[in-house]
Design a protein around this ligand. Structure first.
Ligand code: G3P
Ligand code: MG
Length: 387
């Protein structure tokens, strides 16, 4: 007997199922648990029904954030069932293409904390906008407040910024730039990121010699002179915070960077790598984390009736993605082609970005398998369906 929305044809005899929860707008509004969230996660944990958290949020090391979440939600959580937007960046450290030894710029809502995350992942040469502003206050001359705000966390640059008359080899060269979570100081961050994109080989303080040459077509030259790669950890235009209307997310910052870049270059598209929900590589990464975590849970309960009910030893056949944002959570689950043959069902809750009372609601670009008032109702619907 097959049931469900055309995006989610799951046999009701599916022996194994699990949950993936978005955080902001589903479990929390920033630091405040949403009613029903704690008891729902506790129920699943007590019944050994596997689940992971998959958020486009970030800004703290995984261990620190998951400890904080566990305390706020009153439920046992570990880094084994927790994926943040930038968690997959750790895969860019090692290997021949690895950036572990290269010079990278990182930014986010707290650039110094972002540096700690990057260093914790294994990046060895991490600079922040604070370091650059401290080394060259004139790089963004409008905000002396920033200098004082950053003075406490700035570190000396590994090499000085290029200045006229300097040999390229003596100056700081950026190899890659990462936005780990929602930037706080957009103006300074955009100035530095666009400077680097327009530079000669990542040398902040230079412009690519190719720019504006008559023999280059529009768009050539700006991006083919060894400029640093640019990574964003998610594309959320909006997210559901404590305010009753959705707030700008990292996708809004990305649009600002692209807008300035396209104005500066006369229409050159911003080349970038974006991860996070709704993109398949993030769902693939999350599916692997979920599969590993489910193995741990089912080993714990192997041979018990609970384990049998949850399909211990069986393939994971159904994943229920519970989210508040059709553009990220729902779209990602609907479009993800599982490499393990798992069916992903999407459930949209009314407590976040898509919520009539919170400035959302109405038309949605990506239709979920089901809509529920909140996370408790969403899980009840799924458990009923699983019989
Ligand atoms: O910055 C957080 C926001 O972009 C969305 O987080 O948990 O709703 O995926 P979440
Ligand atoms: Mg959300």
């Amino acid at each position: 007997k097959l049931m469900g929305h055309d995006e989610c044809l799951v046999s009701s005899e599916a022996p194994g199922f699990a949950f993936v929860f978005d955080i902001d707008g589903v479990l929390l509004h920033v630091a405040k648990p949403i009613p029903g969230a704690s008891e729902t996660l506790r129920y699943l944990h007590e019944h050994n029904i596997p689940f992971i958290l998959l958020t486009n949020g970030g800004g703290k090391p995984e261990a620190e954030r998951v400890r904080d979440l566990g305390e706020r939600l009153g439920v046992h959580l570990t880094t084994a069932n927790f994926v943040q937007s930038h968690t997959p960046f750790q895969d860019l450290v090692a290997g021949p293409e690895g950036l572990g030894d290269k010079t990278i710029l990182v930014t986010g809502s707290d650039p110094e904390r972002t540096r700690r995350i990057a260093e914790g992942y294994g990046f060895k040469m991490v600079v922040t906008p604070a370091d650059i502003l401290a080394a060259q206050p004139a790089i963004w001359p409008f905000d002396p407040l920033l200098e004082s705000a950053y003075a406490a966390t700035a570190r000396p640059l590994p090499k000085p910024l290029w200045e006229p008359g300097m040999a390229d080899g003596d100056a700081l060269r950026l190899d890659a730039m990462f936005v780990f979570n929602d930037p706080r100081d957009w103006a300074l961050d955009i100035q530095i990121i666009v400077d680097a994109l327009a530079s000669r080989g990542g040398l902040l303080g230079t412009y690519s010699a190719r720019n504006g040459r008559a023999d280059l077509g529009p768009g050539e030259g700006w991006q083919s002179d060894g400029q640093p790669a640019l990574y964003f950890s998610n594309a959320d235009l909006l997210w559901s915070a404590g305010y009753h209307l959705p707030r700008f997310g990292q996708g809004a910052f990305q649009a600002a960077v692209a807008g300035v870049w396209e104005r500066l270059t006369g229409g050159v598209a911003l080349r970038r790598t974006v991860i996070g929900k709704p993109y398949a590589e993030t769902y693939r990464y999350a599916e692997r984390v979920l599969a590993e975590y489910r193995r741990e849970v089912l080993e714990r309960t192997a041979g018990t009736t609970v384990g049998a009910a949850n399909g211990a030893g069986e393939e994971l056949r159904a994943v229920y993605m519970i989210g508040d944002n059709p553009e990220s959570d729902i779209r990602g689950a609907n479009e993800y082609e599982s490499e393990a043959g798992t069916e992903w069902c999407s459930v949209l809750v009314r407590t976040g970005v898509w919520s009539p009372e919170r400035g959302g609601g109405g038309r949605m670009a990506y239709r979920p398998t089901s809509i529920a008032d909140d996370v408790r109702a969403a899980v009840r619907w799924a458990l009923k369906r699983e019989g």
